[in-house]
Design a protein around this ligand. Structure first.
Ligand code: UT7
Length: 341
């Protein structure tokens, strides 16, 4: 629960960057080959368009681009560790983070992937913060990057209109707990009993070891949207409350709420339950869709760059995803230059 870090070993946000592929895909583009409509997608999700990576572009490519921006934003090209939150790695093994580290010139840095699907960035915050608090690293590059187009079934209208590609990254440095940017205690949780609500059934050891023949759709991403919706609202609300309690903040202390961009209606329902005014809730889902682990760092980078996040703002972050997994944390926004492409 604690962000850890005594003395000068507390994780502090030092830089942030966001990177999106240039190809814009509108709802009408999808409706041209899928039984859906702009009106359905907008009213049920709040999404108007999203970005798709071109064929041949991988999660690692997006992670390198966002990671380079975050390093530049932090003012230093160096990091001792790279943590990559992703559900769409370049290969089943090895992890994608070591190649990302190498391509960023972080030769020899500790590097590994975190698999917590859409909650991956918040799990990554706790992990990266823990590396700093333990004295294992002084600077950690934490990236959330996804090419969900690589696992979404383009013929499944219930997921193909929601998930998209993108990347965001932050640099955490060792500092003091009373500095702007110091991470608050992170609340994390999981419910493996409901793992089947969000999954890729094939490709792992469970199906292969059972001897069952993989079905034609088994390598695609599956989501039981209606059930997930209910869990998402519940867990995002309870985890946000826990993170606020751990930080000693009241809901009225929160200047900006940065929820994982799963669905605009989920964010609104959670804000309503928490008692947060809509003008304190940040969003970019209308233009980027659901980018899973990339969603929060991408939104932080965009909001930092366009002024929706200002130094001194008290920020609450919350995420929910497959596993099921969830988490929330707090920080006071520091005076940094956010970079986006
Ligand atoms: O990021 C990780 C966590 N993910 C989430 O939190 C996502 C949570 N779930 C959701 O956001 C929503 O459940 C969805 C946006 C996925 C779906 O919205 P919904 O309002 O829950 O729709 P539904 O799945 O209950 O489906 C309602 C109807 C169905 O038709 P019938 O059975 O009522 O005739 C669906 O077949 O809407 C139909 N439908 C669509 N229609 C047009 C489903 N997808 C589409 C579509 N276009 N794209």
């Amino acid at each position: 629960m604690s962000a850890g870090g005594s003395g000068d070993r507390h994780p502090v946000l030092a830089g942030v960057g966001g990177w999106l592929p240039s190809r814009v895909v509108t709802n009408d583009d999808l409706a041209a080959h899928l039984d859906t409509s702009d009106a359905w997608i907008r009213s049920r999700t709040g999404i108007g368009s999203r970005r798709f990576a071109e064929p041949g572009v991988s999660t690692g490519d997006l992670a390198v681009a966002a990671g380079a921006l975050a390093l530049k934003s932090s003012g230093e090209a160096q990091a001792d560790a790279v943590v990559l939150a992703t559900a769409t790695p370049d290969h089943p093994l090895p992890g994608t983070a070591p190649q990302v580290a190498e391509r960023l010139g972080l030769i020899g840095a500790a590097a590994f992937d975190v698999a917590a699907v859409c909650a991956g960035f918040v799990y990554g915050l706790a992990t990266a913060g823990g590396l700093i608090a333990a004295g294992t690293a002084r600077r950690v590059l934490l990236i959330g990057a996804e090419t969900f187009t690589s696992i979404v079934n383009p013929r499944d209208r219930s997921t193909a209109v929601i998930f998209a590609d993108g990347a965001g990254a932050v640099v955490l440095r060792a500092g003091r707990p009373d500095e702007p940017g110091a991470l608050g205690p992170t609340d994390l949780g999981s419910d493996g009993g409901n793992h089947e609500l969000i999954m890729v059934p094939g490709g792992g050891s469970r199906q292969r070891s059972s001897g069952a023949d993989p079905g034609p759709e088994d390598h695609f991403f599956h989501m039981a949207g209606r059930d997930v919706y209910r869990h998402a609202v519940e867990r995002l609300t309870s985890s946000s409350r826990a993170a606020l309690a751990h930080a000693g903040w009241q809901v009225t202390d929160v200047d900006r709420f940065v929820p994982h961009q799963a669905n605009a209606k989920i964010s609104a329902a959670v804000a309503d339950r928490l008692g947060l005014d809509a003008d304190r809730v940040l969003s970019n889902i209308a233009e980027v869709g659901n980018t899973s682990a990339a969603s929060i760092p991408l939104l932080l980078a965009q909001a930092g760059a366009d002024g929706r996040l200002q130094p001194g703002h008290r920020v609450l972050l919350a995420a929910f995803g497959g596993g099921l997994t969830w988490g929330a944390s707090t920080l006071v926004w520091p005076d940094i230059t956010a970079l986006t492409v």
